[in-house]
Ligand binder design. Structure first.
Ligand code: MSP
Length: 524
């Protein structure tokens, strides 16, 4: 049976071009989507842009460009970057698209009819950069600042429509108690504390904010950007061209199995969003995973500090695969991570160029030289008795368990660990000495067969993490490359990773370096 697997990245604000934070979430989501496709699932990876709200309206005004033109241009930067770095998304949704508006209206009407909308007075301090009201102590009477953006908050006092979040105290409490709903576990406890403190209704409309979706029957009100943005995940599932309705969209892959987001927007996804869906009698997503924040050389990245990492320049300088490997392998997914130039170079060169690249290169060279350009025979004993067989089987199983809990670093380390074990075995067996003794030729063949076979499994496990490198490796062994953009039929992965799949006698193409060592002239 084919399983559906719908997963989402956040829909990125288009107040500016993509930054390294959006690249990080997107790369992680891409790796997970590729993994699920290899397992035979029918995957829908959703990404896109969140295009309404005051922040964006102001950015467009500051640029002196009509807002729609501005968001079109910025959304174009996102789409182009994802294309340039090979992101395998299935849907790219934009919340300023007319079809999204229809869906928001339909959803709002459901929630209103169900009695979860009321009118109220919204008073509070608002952070435009977060697009969120903040609870602040303001005893000294001055203007408070946003703790995240270090910018002054703005006072609001207006009549708004409210979503009755308080109606959902009980089901949301139960939901966030469920271990599987929020990852990693430390963040689940954060959310639980927030919910235990008592859920308060939040305003979902704004007055005098023309850049937003108009609220039906409420002249002068537009929807609060988060109310409309979260629904973008459902719009994305509808037909890309035709008119939009909830029923069609919901039938095409809802509920999502996984919302992948940064920790700063966990509350919206794990509390507000499920309550909104419950209010409309719609199914809830299965899991929300909040990853950590990236810093650079120990410091928060920001324009004022002048230490941002421009993704386009970064990819142009070092290529895509080194960045993928470094971010996914070095940062425990879920925790904060620090981008360090020296470590970046060390890891990419040690792991990819040396441990994996050299392994492939020397094994293929030896096999070609001594066994007529082909994969040597397994030897007299059964291939599965090769000492690397249990090591490789354990490693591929571990990769699967890691992906199942969004442990990308664990998956990368299991793969790298296998390559290290293979290198260790090769040094121990020293086939380059043994081959000098003609009577040991069969033994050398068996060693090399096992090494090539284990290396093939390294190549398979690399596929979701660094797909191009994985395919170069597989081709180097004379195997078919994998297509993790389109995926495999159910059951195919299990067959592929079964020990002994590499046919002896298969011709090996001439060895060429898998990955050149990276040298950097200047900064990342
Ligand atoms: N538009 C909302 C999401 C709406 S989803 C329906 C939004 N957009 S955002 O562009 O500001 O942020 C997108 C993602 O980038 C968030 O998950 C955020 O956590 C992530 N990051 C922003 N800066 C980051 C780092 N420095 N490091 C890692 N991720 C960070 O929020």
């Amino acid at each position: 049976m084919v399983h559906r697997f719908t997963l989402t990245t956040p829909l990125y604000y288009v107040n500016d071009k993509p930054h390294i934070g959006s690249v990080y979430t997107t790369l992680a989501a891409d790796a997970m989507a590729r993994w699920r496709r290899l397992q035979g699932d029918r995957v829908c990876l959703i990404t896109g842009c969140d295009e309404h709200g005051l922040k964006i309206q102001r950015s467009a005004a500051a640029a002196g460009v009509p807002t729609q033109d501005y968001v079109d241009r910025m959304a174009g930067h996102f789409a182009a970057l994802w294309q340039r770095i090979g992101i395998s998304h299935d849907r790219f949704v934009r919340t300023s698209a007319p079809r999204h508006q229809g869906l928001v209206h339909e959803f709002y009407e459901r929630v209103r009819r169900n009695g979860h909308i009321r009118m109220g007075q919204q008073q509070g301090w608002y952070c435009v950069a977060c697009e969120e009201f903040k609870d602040v102590d303001n005893e000294d009477g001055g203007t408070p600042r946003c703790a995240i953006h270090d910018r002054p908050l703005e006072w609001r006092d207006e009549e708004n429509l409210f979503f009755c979040l308080s109606h959902f105290q009980e089901p949301v409490t139960r939901l966030v108690e469920r271990e599987s709903f929020i990852g990693p576990p430390s963040r689940r406890r954060e959310v639980q504390r927030f919910v235990e403190a008592g859920l308060r209704d939040f305003s979902i409309s704004r007055v005098d904010l023309p850049w937003g979706i108009p609220v039906p029957h409420q002249p002068g009100h537009t929807f609060y950007v988060w109310f409309d943005a979260l629904l973008g995940y459902i719009t994305a599932l509808g037909s890309p061209d035709g008119p939009q309705d909830l029923t069609t969209a919901l039938a095409s892959g809802w509920p999502a199995q996984l919302h992948l987001i940064g920790k700063d927007i966990l509350r919206f996804h794990a509390v507000y969003w499920p309550a909104m869906l419950l209010a409309a009698d719609l199914p809830l997503p299965e899991r929300v995973f909040g990853h950590g924040f990236l810093t650079r050389e120990g410091r928060k990245m920001g324009k004022t500090l002048g230490n941002t990492l421009d993704p386009e320049a970064l990819f142009a300088k070092v290529g895509v695969e080194p960045v993928r490997w470094y971010l996914l392998r070095d940062i425990q997914f879920g925790e904060d991570g620090d981008i360090q130039q020296k470590r970046f170079l060390d890891l990419v060169n040690n792991d990819l160029a040396n441990t994996i690249g050299n392994l492939v290169n020397r094994t293929v060279s030896m096999s070609r030289r001594w066994f007529e350009g082909c994969v040597p025979p397994e030897g007299e004993e059964d291939a599965a008795s090769h000492p690397l067989a249990p090591v490789a089987t354990a490693a591929t199983a571990r990769v699967g368990r890691c992906f199942a809990r969004q442990d990308l670093q664990g998956a990368a380390m299991a793969t790298l660990g296998l390559a290290e074990a293979v290198n260790g075995h090769l040094s121990e067996q020293a086939p380059w000495s043994a081959i000098k003794d003609a009577s040991r030729r069969d033994g050398v063949a068996a060693v090399l067969y096992g090494v090539l076979e284990a290396t093939r499994l390294v190549g398979l496990c690399l596929q979701p993490l660094v797909p191009e490198l994985s395919n170069r490796l597989l081709i180097q062994l004379g195997c078919e490359p994998l297509d993790s953009r389109h995926g495999l039929p159910p059951g195919a992965w299990e067959r592929l990773v079964r020990w002994g799949g590499l046919p002896h006698g298969q011709p090996l193409p001439e060895a060429s370096p898998l990955m050149a060592r990276l040298e950097l002239d200047g900064d990342l």
